[in-house]
Design a protein around this ligand. Sequence first.
Ligand code: ADP
Ligand code: MG
Ligand code: MG
Length: 209
Amino acid sequence: MIDKTMFLEIINKIADNIILNKDLLNELDMAIGDSDHGSNMARGFSEVKKKLETLKDSDYQTILKTIAMTLISTVGGASGPLYGTAFLKASSVVGDREVLDSNDLIKIYEVVIDGIKQRGKSDKGDKTMLDCIIPAYEAFKSSVESGKDLKEASKQAEQAATEGVEYTKTIKALKGRASFLGDRSIGHQDPGATSSHIIIKTISDIVNN
Ligand code: ADP
Ligand code: MG
Ligand code: MG
């Protein structure tokens, strides 16, 4: 179970880890984009950290919606509206819960993926953040369905997310700036898949600690 304290810790740590990995994300984006994915994400999550201080007593829906709006207005690029959509969709399924369980996370994954697919007109195999998030979701869901608890399912999701990021090195970008490179995008790791991995790994680390 994820209670409010853990939830706030997860968001805060996601922000810290994105900020810590700013240079890495910029470097990955230098190879197949315009070198700004780390700066974009770090700017957005620095704002999220500031907002978080005023949201301690808010419900999950309000917190997730505020994160969404903050990312939409500060991240920019392709990733800002996409992550914004992801958090906005997540806010729509948490209702007025006290705690979040594995089934809530499955629902969150589902609306996040649908939201990104619609907004980005993208899918698995396009060399985007979806190549991290979709395998993570599939691993999480099958883990829960086979009776594993939230901790184990989150570890499985993280493992699949890592493999998804690796997979992006082997394929050609079909969406976003990287697609302008065509075959020359092959061999490079997708920056957005990498930031999604940071988010999924943070969730696993915190539920498992
Ligand atoms: P920009 O490319 O506008 O500079 P960023 O560098 O912040 O934006 O983000 C780039 C990342 O956004 C890519 O690595 C990719 O994962 C993701 N992305 C780009 N276009 C799409 C899309 N249509 N669908 C899903 N993800 C996308
Ligand atoms: Mg960029
Ligand atoms: Mg840009």
